[in-house]
Write a protein that binds this ligand. Structure first.
Ligand code: OVV
Length: 417
């Protein structure tokens, strides 16, 4: 492995090793997409990765990567060749023991995946969303009223985290005590998809109390009737999954269901604070709330990356990949690929976002997408109804995570409408 110096990333776009090409035929791009420099400003390096070729080789972590829309989609839509069962992080489960028991849905392939997916599809169905909408709307309106009364807030802790925390744990059926473990657990799980860098190491070193609490909450006796958790256990009664699978599927909700919506809502607030035209359009037509949230998911791509692993030798984008090759998919780069999007760097709630890969695509496409969209929509529609302006009033601080893109702090003033 080559030595990298901190702070050596040049101001110019990513360094091509003077036309170097990997044995696979993929151009070599010498960047670390899991470094703090990259997290601070990924967009120009995303561009360099797209421009370098349809598939590139990243020597820093010895993986191939795709950053163009077309190839990201192609990988997502060929799960037989680009599998998830060997893990969707850098670690190859065929060679390394997973840090926790393997997810029965995220880290599974057909046909096994279809069975667990069907259960979560039903637990998070449109019909279930209908039963939640009023409750979520009321919670959003209550929170926005309180925040407008305060005026000066941190839009991360006070809004993007506070709102999902006020609705999601109850919807799962969790007890009150210990909910402070949820965000640290999710943060560590998303860091664990990354390479063995400091972020991942530190996350795993401090994981034990969060892991223990989360696993305990997945047991049937700790889940209140009427929630998503109880519904998963009832699917085991009905024979759709086994009784020992149910807790692990509940764990998927606890891993993937909170930090994602926190960063999705955070992305939307950050977009609306930076694009006054978009904010004006939303205020004029609160019916744009759902579209404004969706466009924020495209624009910021709260889930930036996932890996796949090749099940056989395959040619893609003119490169020849061996069996067992890890392929890194840059969802965020695909969502701003100018080959696919007009003015990709413009946040525009009136554009068509159809086909964006912020929720993935294909058989693994976010099973909680309706819940995420519901939370985003009701929050943005409450803001549109009650807030006149969102002004950034202090330093915006980024939160570093190997998979999630979002902020640590976003100081804003909200004025009443
Ligand atoms: C989409 C996603 C992210 C993280 C974890 C899981 C799923 C899971 O199934 O545990």
């Amino acid at each position: 492995m080559m030595e990298r110096q901190q702070g050596s990333v040049p101001a110019a776009p990513a360094t091509l090793l003077a036309g170097a090409v990997h044995v696979s035929g993929a151009p070599v791009v010498d960047v670390d997409p899991f470094s703090t420099e990259f997290f601070e400003d990924p967009h120009r390096i995303h561009e360099a990765l797209r421009e370098a070729g349809p598939v590139v080789w990243l020597p820093r972590w010895s993986v191939h990567a795709v950053a163009r829309y077309e190839e990201v989609r192609a990988v997502l839509h060929d799960p037989a060749t680009f599998c998830s069962g060997r893990g969707v992080g850098l670690s190859d489960f065929a060679k390394e023991k997973p840090w926790r028991p393997q997810s029965l849905i995220l880290e599974a392939d057909p046909p096994a995946h279809g069975r667990t997916r069907a259960v979560l599809n039903r637990v998070l169905s449109p019909a279930v969303m209908k039963t939640l909408r009023e409750r979520f709307q009321a919670a959003a309106h209550r929170l926005v009223d309180a925040l407008v009364a305060r005026g000066e807030i941190d839009a991360v802790a006070d809004l993007a985290e506070a709102f999902p925390l006020s609705v999601f744990p109850d919807a799962v059926g969790l007890r009150e005590e210990g909910r402070e473990h949820l965000l640290p657990y999710a943060g560590l799980a998303f860091n664990a998809f990354g390479p063995p860098n400091e972020l991942r190491q530190r996350a795993l070193d401090t994981a034990a109390p969060h892991v223990a609490w989360v696993m305990e909450q997945c047991r049937r006796e700790n889940l209140k009737p009427g929630g998503f958790g109880a519904a998963i256990h009832e699917a085991a009664d009905a024979g759709a999954i086994t009784h020992d699978e149910a807790p692990l599927l509940v764990r998927s909700l606890l891993t993937a269901g909170l930090d994602t919506t926190v960063n999705g809502i955070g992305a939307a607030i950050y977009c609306l604070a930076r694009f006054p035209e978009a904010w004006a359009a939303l205020r004029a037509d609160p019916g744009l709330a759902r579209a404004a949230f969706e466009e924020a998911v495209r624009f910021e791509s709260p889930v930036q990356t996932f890996f796949r692993t090749t099940t056989q030798a395959v040619e893609i984008g003119g490169a020849r990949l061996d069996e067992g090759s890890k392929v890194l998919m840059f969802l965020g780069a695909a969502n701003r690929d100018p080959r696919r999007w007009d003015e990709p760097d413009r946040y525009d709630p009136t554009r068509s976002t159809v086909g964006h890969v912020g929720f993935g695509s294909g058989i693994h496409m976010c099973v909680g997408q309706l819940l995420g969209r519901l939370e985003g929509e009701v929050m943005l529609s409450a803001l549109a109804a009650k807030v006149g302006s969102i002004t950034i009033t202090g330093p915006v601080v980024r939160r570093y995570n190997n998979t999630l893109r979002g902020l640590e702090r976003l100081p804003v003033t909200l004025t009443a409408a």
